[in-house]
Design a protein. Structure first.
Length: 304
């Protein structure tokens, strides 16, 4: 999809604004949470398989729509703050490029936010009224991340919570009615893996973020330590997988080491490139690695 071929307000513009490649980040944690829930499902609950399929679909749809909402919000507010200018090294943004007008994006944000709430609302019937609170927190921090918290360097904490703990534990809780220590640790490991995507994004944008006053973790610790943290996130995530081994999930422990080998290779590629727009190659590799991790853990859980 060539940027020169994109007309303002066209479907191509909206597809790019939705950033479909980021949807793997929404799918991976939910996929892991559902795999754990389905694997541990008591035989007595097999009669309710239709209900569990419905819950699974709703959880995935909510995650996808909220990810698109977060992307629209990020696109709009970064444009309004002037962060997406000609010095940006990352992929082009819809509002900044004029593909979508600001007033169109505001309407889209409202529409997608409402849609996410409508999709998530039926989960109240399966998980109780606490699901309303979970949904509201997801929407609230979706806005707060771009508008305030990313400037304070809290993005990594939010990734751990909203791309790890929440999307892994909540689907499991809705289906099973409880949350075990294994599930919590699996959610932490997942959050660490997905944080590698934020790390490489912020690593690439260190100079721009410094000028914009965004005190991301990468800005705070510098390039060399940021690279080390990127590497350690994958290593620690696989190390946490020992809880799978301790609970009989042999393959859920073993298979992610394939991810780790690929992650280490990407790290050395990152060191080789070091700076500039070419780091978008590492961004793509990291997104691929992240999906591989989620797929391997999920398969490992289901076949153990």
């Amino acid at each position: 999809m060539k940027e020169d071929d994109i007309e303002t307000g066209s479907w191509k513009a909206w597809v790019l604004a939705a950033r479909p490649k980021t949807l793997t980040g929404a799918a991976v944690p939910v996929m892991i949470g559902l795999s754990l829930a389905w694997h541990q499902m008591p035989t007595a609950l097999s009669a309710h398989v239709g209900t569990h399929v419905l819950v699974s679909v709703l959880c995935l749809l909510f995650a996808f729509i909220m990810q698109i909402d977060a992307n629209f919000i990020n696109d709009y507010f970064d444009f309004m703050k002037g962060n997406d200018d000609e010095t940006r090294l990352g992929p082009k943004r819809a509002c900044a490029m004029g593909w979508i007008h600001a007033h169109q994006m505001r309407k889209a944000i409202l529409l997608v936010t409402v849609l996410a709430c409508l999709v998530g609302l039926p989960l109240v019937f399966f998980g109780g009224w606490s699901m309303v609170l979970v949904g509201l927190l997801c929407v609230l921090f979706c806005f707060l991340y771009t508008t305030h918290l990313s400037y304070l360097g809290l993005g990594d904490v939010l990734v751990l919570l909203f791309f790890g703990v929440v999307p892994v534990c909540i689907p499991y809780y809705i289906i099973r009615g409880d949350v075990s220590f294994t599930v919590v640790m699996a959610s932490v490991a997942c959050g660490l893996v997905i944080d590698t995507l934020l790390m490489i994004n912020n690593y690439r944008d260190i100079d721009n973020d410094t000028r914009a006053g965004k005190r991301t973790l990468c800005v705070r610790v510098g390039k060399s330590r940021s690279r080390l943290i990127y590497l350690l996130l994958g290593i620690v995530a696989c190390a946490i997988g020992v809880v799978f081994l301790a609970n009989g999930y042999l393959w859920a422990f073993v298979l992610p080491f394939v991810y780790l080998a690929i992650h280490v290779r990407t790290y050395f590629h990152m060191v080789e490139i070091d700076h500039g727009r070419e780091l978008n190659i590492i961004l793509g590799e990291t997104a691929r690695n992240m999906f591989i991790y989620g797929l391997l853990v999920s398969i490992g859980i289901l076949i153990s």
